[in-house]
Design a protein around this ligand. Structure first.
Ligand SMILES: NC(=O)c1ccc[n+]([C@@H]2O[C@H](COP(=O)([O-])OP(=O)(O)OC[C@H]3O[C@@H](n4cnc5c(N)ncnc54)[C@H](O)[C@@H]3O)[C@@H](O)[C@H]2O)c1
Length: 397
């Protein structure tokens, strides 16, 4: 494995120079910008960029300080000057680009969903394991300090035995029928849209915070819009919203509502956990505080709380009163990726196995909704073993 130094265990926002975290960024949209900024915020270098055309890559390179613009993403992946490949493209390209990067001996940060089906996600997870390379999936809400604080409090037992988990992830950017995006096309976005795109984030955060696993699901999917686009648009087959009921391995029950068509909701990811001693609520639109409820005393915890857990405190990079947010989470994710690449084991780094977990859950949700029944989710800690559970092959045929 190529040794990369530079980011190490430095605080997320503290640049370390000179760095040898030399990144390739593939995809010049929202995530391409956020990943590039995170690399540079950590003192790394974006040595090359590829987009859907050379012109787009050149424009991105000029405006974001990225190095060479490439017409061919695979050429960039194989560039000997590249240590870590950041895959920020539409979903159907995640697997081929990540596999090419691993085959070239490069570490990978691949956007979610890792793949558009669990079988491919399993192949990717195995390939990363066999290559011994760092392979990260940005379930980035894990990097809010107060989400870490919620996790630490559950792990410490301060909320008691968790019996109920609920919340959801609501957006409105696909409310209207004229609103369209590559995510709507199942050949590009995959067979699940709302769940795969944002429900996967909620489930990852839920399992991360509780340390528990969803063991069975009962889901409904629905659509506001049967057609999308202008001039009559195109027929839509993927879901606008999902309601999910679930049980966990340790015996908790829960619900989640996932929507891309809820007017006025921009990016409201809320997770509430109730145990026998207390409740916790994290809202990613108000990430500076954690609501902590109790029978005797209820209040909010802020990230300057003197009792903050060490794992939450290490992600605090600004004094309270100067809000930390989404980009800071990506900065921290890239810092921890650098630590992992350098041989360290940062706490809570989301890796390909977590991307595979999301793909396994997505299949269970789709089967449940289509067949209108409860579906067991394979219990394997590591889904690289083919599941023996009731999720049938042929889902994507
Ligand atoms: N982790 C998160 O919080 C988060 C947030 C948003 C999006 N995402 C994920 O990031 C990925 C990108 O989403 P986005 O919002 O940036 O989308 P986007 O539409 O803004 O950008 C996608 C980019 O991919 C480029 N592209 C298309 N075809 C390409 C090709 N053949 N080769 C190279 N580049 C190509 C496009 O030019 C575009 O710049 C998606 O998989 C999405 O699920 C993750």
């Amino acid at each position: 494995m190529k040794k990369v130094t530079g980011l190490g265990s430095a605080p997320a926002s503290e640049p370390t120079a000179p760095s040898t975290y030399r990144a390739a960024v593939i995809g010049t949209g929202f995530m391409g910008r956020v990943h590039s900024h995170a690399v540079r915020a950590n003192g790394g270098e974006v040595v090359g960029v590829a987009g859907s055309s050379l012109a787009r890559a050149e424009a991105f390179s000029a405006s974001h300080g990225a190095g060479r613009a490439h017409a061919d993403a695979l050429e960039l992946v194989r560039d000997p000057d590249v240590d870590v490949v950041h895959v920020c493209t539409p979903n159907h390209l995640h697997a081929p680009l990540s596999l090419a990067a691993l085959a070239a001996g490069k570490h990978v940060v691949c956007e979610k969903p890792l793949a558009t089906d669990a079988s491919t996600a399993r192949d990717l997870t195995r390939a990363a394991r066999d290559a011994g390379l760092t392979a990260v999936v940005p379930f980035v809400y894990r990097f809010h300090p107060m989400a870490r604080e919620a996790r630490a409090r559950v792990a410490s037992g301060s909320v008691g035995r968790v019996g109920l988990v609920h919340g959801g992830y609501l957006q409105d950017w696909l409310l209207r029928p004229e609103e369209d995006n590559w995510r709507v096309d199942p050949a590009v976005g995959g067979p699940t849209r709302a769940f795969g795109d944002i429900g996967s984030h909620w489930c990852d955060l839920m399992e991360f915070v509780t340390g528990d696993r969803i063991s069975s699901v009962c889901a409904q999917t629905s659509r506001f819009n049967e057609r999308r686009g202008t001039d009559g648009g195109r027929a839509v087959t993927t879901e606008d919203l999902v309601t999910l009921q679930f049980a966990t391995e340790s015996g908790a029950v829960g619900t989640a509502v996932v929507s891309q068509v809820s007017p006025g909701r921009k990016n409201q990811l809320v997770l509430e956990v109730s145990g026998t001693e207390g409740s916790l609520r994290f809202d990613q639109e108000r990430p500076e505080t954690l609501w902590a409820g109790g029978r005797e005393r209820t209040g909010t915890v802020s990230r300057d709380d003197p009792g903050l857990s060490a794992d939450a405190a290490r992600l605090v990079t600004l004094p309270v009163g100067h809000p930390q947010g989404y980009q800071d989470c990506f900065n921290a994710l890239v810092a921890d990726t650098g630590t992992a690449v350098a041989g360290g084991e940062p706490e809570g780094l989301p890796v390909f196995a977590d991307g595979l977990r999301a793909a396994v859950l997505a299949e269970a949700v789709l089967v449940s909704a289509r067949e209108r029944r409860w579906v067991d989710v394979p219990a394997a800690e590591d889904h690289t073993d083919r599941p023996k559970g009731p999720i049938r092959p042929g889902l994507y045929e």
